[in-house]
Design a protein around this ligand. Sequence first.
Ligand SMILES: C[S@@+](CC[C@H](N)C(=O)[O-])C[C@H]1O[C@@H](n2cnc3c(N)ncnc32)[C@H](O)[C@@H]1O
Length: 342
Amino acid sequence: MEAITTALDSVPIGLANYEKQSIDSLDYLKDNKIYCGDARYLLRRIQPESVALSFWSPPYFVGKSYERTLSFQDWQHLLEQVISLHFPIVKAGGFLVVNIADILSFPDPSMPRIQADNIRNKKAKVTREQVVSAQQAYPEYNRYQLAAILGCSEQTIDRRLKNNNIRGGKYAVQRKVKLVGGLIDEWASRAGFYLYDRRIWVKDPAWENCQWHSLSYRSVDEFEYLYIFWKPGITLVDRNRLREREWGEWGSRAVWYIPSVRANQQHEAQFPIELARRVIRLLSAPNELILDCYVGSGTTAIAAIKEHRRYLGIELLPKYAELACKQCLRAHELEAQCDLGL
Ligand SMILES: C[S@@+](CC[C@H](N)C(=O)[O-])C[C@H]1O[C@@H](n2cnc3c(N)ncnc32)[C@H](O)[C@@H]1O
């Protein structure tokens, strides 16, 4: 087995300089390694037509620490570019699988501030219509004077006039909600891929992360998509990859129920190893090369080791690249022990 190292010194870290680097004189990235650097730079250093399956979960643009500097525009450029850089490196007949939450919510000052009239929280009986008519009758009155006329507090007047923003606090900027699947499909098609399939991963409901559900009719966040893109070419179909029972339970099923990773002390957005194992087992053969260019804590690489595939991981942040590297070493050791029957 080849030694596993991070290449922390050998590649640029950060978003600014990835395009300036000359890659012509550099070697291809090696298998069974985790590299630290920007995917937009390092993907250019992967051997063409070498990757059987690329599986990753990108920054979702939901305010995690590693994406805070990105504008919505930057985020779109990042994903579009990374997808297009995949086309030359994925084998003909191979797959690119993107795991992402299908719905995105981000502050948009240009959007009208829709007011939510939350009936259950109303303690005073005064209605918005009453406040508006009092205001029309006494246009020179401030809210304290209007409160005195209507027999309520000045906060009630303020609340009735402003109410709460439907997707944020009373004074918060409105939040725009957008479907992501269409964007990913558009970028992948532009790159030359074809949408092959999609699966739904049902995870734990994320009540604590949901910023707006109590003031709207929107559901809590509890599933994500896996968009599967195919590069034209012959795809080997091997029905022996899974047992009969596995085909029935998940291989042929569109909806996968897999609990979220709860203890996220090491990385703030890990996906479960079972998710990566299923994708790898379904869409690749033993010893093929699996890529994750947003490898984070190394989940895809570890799943590849367990499933006896080769892997290549790319991660921007040194702390996560180091974590992924350590976890891969551990997984290799465990696999070696298994091979010895220990
Ligand atoms: C959603 S997380 C992936 C988590 C991973 N699937 C796991 O289970 O640990 C996205 C990762 O992409 C990394 N990242 C963000 N921008 C990147 C870039 N331009 N190139 C490479 N990695 C990047 C982040 O640091 C983060 O670890």
